[in-house]
Ligand binder design. Structure first.
Ligand SMILES: [Zn+2]
Length: 243
């Protein structure tokens, strides 16, 4: 075992020398002690400050749409901001590990804020199986995994399913987004979610349509559960009028 561990460490050292990690925002090679982002980009990330804050702008966006315990996001998704590259890298560039690292960062901030108490299970927003096959993974599962590591709460990847294929939400209007996802999710083994506090996890929050469709599907089979929402980013444009 000792030899195996030494080999593993030697391999990871060699990997680090050959492929030193770069900051996903500015692309400079990370220096010793820097994690995920370089110090400069870490200092400038547009954090929302929503974590643990009741009635924050994201919660206001959800008022009247679905019932939830707490909703927050780590940082703002801003048009033309270089920080959008974080999402782009783990969503379209195969860097799934970046989603997990960002999930761990988010989890650390949640612990620091003392938010989302008594979460029983983390459920990532699922992709349709075809899209998952095409991409090779679901980035929200890795976000959930990062959160799970820090919050020490299990991830449930099986109960919530996306049962019909929907095209990308990116270029849709607000109304089209709601129609596009409404009724697209189903829950299996709903009895396992009864009475539990569920943390729904996704990468980007825009209109809230996807989160609400998931919450609706879960409540249809487990009406007494409690639902909270944690997304890595929230579109600043969508909540700008709610501050
Ligand atoms: Zn940087």
């Amino acid at each position: 075992m000792l030899i195996l561990n030494k080999l593993r460490h030697a391999f990871s050292d060699m990997w680090y020398v050959l492929f030193p990690p770069a900051c996903p925002v500015c692309n400079v090679t990370l220096r010793e002690g820097e994690q995920i982002l370089c110090n400069h980009c870490r200092a400038g990330i547009p954090l929302t400050g929503f974590i643990g804050h009741v009635d924050n702008a994201m919660e206001r966006r959800l008022w009247g749409l679905t019932i939830f315990e707490h909703a927050s996001a780590l940082f703002f998704y801003i048009e033309n901001s270089p920080y959008r590259r974080i999402i782009h890298e783990f969503k379209y560039n195969g860097k799934w590990f970046l989603a997990r690292e960002m999930g761990e960062w988010f989890g650390g901030e949640i612990l620091r804020a003392g938010a989302y108490s008594n979460i029983d299970v983390i459920i990532p927003v699922p992709l349709h199986p075809l899209r998952r096959l095409w991409r090779g993974y679901n980035q929200s599962e890795y976000l959930a995994e990062g959160l799970s590591r820090v919050l020490e709460v299990p991830v449930d990847r099986r109960s919530l399913r996306r049962h019909s294929y929907t095209t990308s939400q990116t270029r849709r209007t607000k109304n089209q987004r709601w129609d596009n996802v409404h009724g697209r999710f189903r829950v299996r083994r709903g009895e396992q979610l009864a009475g539990r506090h569920i943390l729904l996890v996704d990468d980007v929050f825009t209109t809230g349509a996807t989160i609400c469709a998931c919450a609706e599907a879960i409540r249809a089979v487990a009406p007494d559960c409690r639902i909270s929402v944690a997304t890595l980013t929230v579109s600043q444009r969508e909540v700008a009028d709610l501050f």
